[in-house]
Design a protein around this ligand. Structure first.
Ligand SMILES: N[C@@H](CCC(=O)N[C@@H](CS)C(=O)NCC(=O)O)C(=O)O
Length: 361
């Protein structure tokens, strides 16, 4: 043990499951294989001798094939409320440092379990901080595993159904098959400001971790969960995906949504009417923007790679709104590839499941 090493971390979780089940999840191989590694990685080897003095050893593999090997010895196994074991990295990306100590305390609260985990013995603050980040995902997976609501127990999306950016994030979660809690809130209110200081929709939390900006949310979801990849596999196609996502955020959203669609759904002109001058100016620019997007969909129904990607998830909710505008059919008449791509998107269960309801945000 790294006796006297000054840095330690404490993490807590309220897990909606009885204490015995949480205890078992710390000492049984089948459960440890599911939760004891960060999202996006997998446990490839695991040995557990859950007796005081018994050893445990685990090999985790990240998506790029890097192996992380860690093991230790059980110091205390006091069912139902205390488990202590050493934690020591073998040679590899985490180095082969001295052993640290994990102490888990479980207390029961009305059939639920309050988990407190202390990980001590770090020689440096950086190592402690890296482990705090490293524990976050597994503890959320543990909660997701034991809570009957699955990952909806830890993953929450904040937003509104009519908000196109919110729909983009919801599409990503639906395409990945990730259960989540949808917390409906409008822009710039206290709820969204608590997780996004810019007050915009959407934002996502996964346990203690909060992230905003839709593309960051999608990347996090994509790398954290199994399911079809939302970013293409090749470097060139990933760059293409990034290109369309960035162009959408920088040019298309403003031209199509902010200055045009929103005027219809959320009129700000005189007498509560749509601001005609603003719409007309935006409409004049629209054919050029739509022609660029149309060319992007010329070869297939997807902008990057050979299946749906993050780029399509940004474009399609806005295109669906555009099609509903009075000028929509005429504008789309000149863009056959866009119409085909929108039709392909409409066939997907994720799209019907996220059909907007209520007022446009
Ligand atoms: N860059 C942000 C944009 C988010 C955004 O603008 N969301 C809209 C809803 S679709 C919003 O919150 N609008 C409120 C406002 O414009 O003040 C992202 O990618 O998430």
């Amino acid at each position: 043990m790294n006796e006297g090493a000054p840095f330690e971390l404490t993490m807590t979780r309220l897990i909606r499951a009885p204490r015995d089940r949480v205890y078992d999840a710390f000492v049984t191989e089948a459960a440890l294989r599911v939760w004891q590694c960060p999202r996006g990685a997998r446990v490839s080897e695991l040995e557990v001798d859950a007796r005081p003095g018994g050893a445990w050893r685990m090999v985790m593999q990240s998506r790029d094939g890097t192996s992380f090997k860690v093991g230790g010895v059980y110091r205390e196994l006091s069912r139902p409320d205390r488990i202590a074991y050493t934690w020591q990295w073998e040679e590899g990306p985490m180095g082969s440092g001295a052993a640290t100590l994990v102490e888990v305390t479980l207390s029961e609260r009305d059939g639920e379990t309050w988990l407190e985990m202390r990980h001590s013995g770090f020689a440096a603050a950086a190592a402690r901080d890296a482990h705090a980040r490293g524990w976050n995902g597994p503890l959320n997976k543990l909660s997701g595993l034991l809570d009957p609501r699955g990952s909806a127990a830890t993953v929450t999306l904040f937003g509104l159904p009519p908000s196109s950016y919110t729909r983009t994030a919801r599409l990503a979660l639906a395409e990945k098959g990730v259960p989540y809690t949808f917390f409906e809130c409008g822009p710039h209110g206290a709820d969204i400001l608590a997780v996004n200081p810019f007050g915009r929709l959407p934002a996502l939390t996964d346990g203690d971790f909060a992230v905003y900006e839709t593309s960051a949310i999608i990347r996090y979801v994509d790398e954290s969960f199994d399911g079809p990849a939302l970013l293409p596999g090749s470097i060139a196609e990933r760059a293409r995906c990034e290109q369309w996502t960035s162009a959408f955020n920088a040019y298309v959203y403003d031209a199509v949504v902010a200055r045009c669609i929103r005027q219809y759904f959320f009129p700000r002109g005189e007498g509560g009417q749509p601001d005609r001058a603003m719409i007309d100016a935006a409409l004049a620019e629209m054919p050029k923007t739509l022609a660029i997007l149309d060319a992007g969909y010329a070869k297939s129904s997807w902008l990057a790679g050979d299946s749906i990607s993050m780029a399509d998830l940004f474009v399609m909710p806005v295109l669906a709104y555009l099609a509903r505008m009075p000028e929509g059919p005429q504008l789309l008449a000149a863009t056959p590839h866009l119409r085909r791509a929108l039709e392909a998107m409409r066939q997907r269960p994720s799209f019907s499941a996220t059909e907007p309801t209520g007022r446009f945000a």
